[in-house]
Design a protein around this ligand. Structure first.
Ligand SMILES: Cc1cc2nc3c(=O)[nH]c(=O)nc-3n(C[C@H](O)[C@H](O)[C@H](O)COP(=O)(O)OP(=O)(O)OC[C@H]3O[C@@H](n4cnc5c(N)ncnc54)[C@H](O)[C@@H]3O)c2cc1C
Length: 371
């Protein structure tokens, strides 16, 4: 019997994989059962491959969008720099599709499978501390009640307050802000295709925009410093319609702080960490949830196949090289997306000359990955 802390993408996916191997598990979640995130998420081929292996991709398919292209623009005068032909890359390598989805739909599908497996989910159970006492693992809740068990999976996301002393998290200050909004397609000041993710690069800012559910468009804007100053800085060069649209949006915003997570887990103990609880990935490659799904599947399968505790830790440690590469590439994308003005001229020039398919080929190691 495994206790799982957190019912985000990682916790729910791992619970479901374990149940499919008849490994009993129980979830502790700090929130309630309400799902209130109407935003979108990109599911690249490595993530859709995991969902397919879990047997839930076909159930999601009628509610999610297939992405055939990623188009990169300079926000200045809306100049197209390049197109990444995702569909050609997928066909060439025989991969599962690149999708965008509503986070709610993905969460609901995972949750309904966990419920159908008769797994108990304890809501309103914020865990304050984990204590490994050797013969048992104590889970101490915020209200001081204690549950104990023998095996544990930590999937409580990127939390600033660590719950287990073998996982350390050091916040690294930066001045990036994230702004998120969702609009109906007819509210956009520009025409967009239903199968395309748009990346707009500006001075000190970038915007990612994509259709994700029915006629809704997800918009994420990441700026260095406060958005008003950044939008103002870009004002002379941005199309007037876009400028008024960005200024008028009702943004949900938060500071995008970095953190360095170090896992020092005892490989003789059945305590594992997955998803954002185990690593911090900048959103500039859209891989956080995809890595959470890969982690969850690898861990669930390795436990389900009745490997020894040491072998399960070994399987998870083998993921480290891949995760580190994703972290490095996300950091590099951040530098490219937020290049200072002079360097951004070279960046745009390079992107215009670049072969989009070649760019995707460079990411084959990421997208063509089978758990
Ligand atoms: C702007 C932005 C855009 C992104 N876009 C993408 C994208 O397009 N594609 C992609 O792959 N990734 C994306 N990501 C990353 C992705 O959202 C995360 O990596 C992913 O949600 C991590 O899943 P998780 O299950 O590990 O953590 P979470 O989703 O954070 O889930 C953790 C769960 O644990 C619960 N919890 C927390 N603390 C406790 C506690 N103490 N006790 C009990 N329960 C607790 C929480 O309530 C939550 O339910 C994006 C991130 C950002 C910021």
């Amino acid at each position: 019997m495994y206790n799982i802390i957190g019912s985000g993408i990682a916790g729910l996916a791992c619970s479901y994989v374990l149940s499919n191997f008849d490994v009993k598990n129980e979830i502790f979640e700090s929130g309630d059962q309400k799902i209130a995130n109407q935003y979108g998420i990109q599911l690249s081929p490595n993530a859709s491959n995991v969902l397919q292996k879990m047997g839930i991709l076909s159930k999601l398919e009628s509610h999610i969008k297939i992405i055939n292209n990623i188009e990169i623009y300079s926000i200045e005068k809306l100049k197209k720099l390049t197109t990444l032909p995702v569909n050609r890359f997928i066909n060439k390598n025989n991969l599962t599709n690149y999708y965008t989805a509503s986070r709610d739909i993905l969460h609901k599908e995972l949750l309904s499978n966990v419920i159908a497996s008769k797994t108990k989910i304890n809501y309103d159970s914020k865990i304050k501390k984990i204590e490994d006492l050797g013969d048992k693992i104590q889970i101490i809740k915020e209200n001081k009640t204690i549950s104990s068990g023998k095996k544990l999976i930590i999937a409580n996301g990127n939390s600033s307050s660590p719950i287990f002393d073998r996982i350390s998290c050091s916040p690294i200050a930066n001045d990036f802000m994230t702004y998120r909004s969702a609009v109906k397609v007819h509210e956009l000041p520009i025409k967009i295709s239903a199968d395309t993710i748009y990346l707009f690069l500006g001075k000190g800012m970038h915007i990612v925009m994509y259709p994700y559910f029915e006629d809704l468009i997800n918009i994420v804007m990441i700026t260095k410093n406060n958005k008003d100053a950044v939008i103002q800085k870009n004002k002379q060069n941005i199309d007037k319609g876009i400028y008024s649209f960005l200024s008028a949006q009702d943004w949900h915003s938060w500071s995008l702080y970095d953190s360095k997570i170090t896992l020092n887990l005892d490989t003789s103990r059945p305590i594992f960490a997955i998803g954002d609880a185990a690593h911090s990935i900048k959103p500039h490659l859209a891989q956080g949830a995809s890595m959470a799904l890969e982690d969850a599947f690898t861990l669930g399968k390795s436990i389900g196949e009745k490997n020894t505790v040491e072998s399960v830790h070994y399987a998870m440690n083998m993921r480290k090289k891949r995760i580190d590469r994703v972290i490095r590439n996300s950091s590099l994308n951040r530098q490219i997306f937020h290049a200072p003005p002079i360097i951004s001229v070279f960046r745009d020039f390079f992107l215009e000359k670049t072969n989009g398919l070649g760019q995707l080929d460079n990411l084959k190691w990421l997208y063509d990955y089978k758990v």
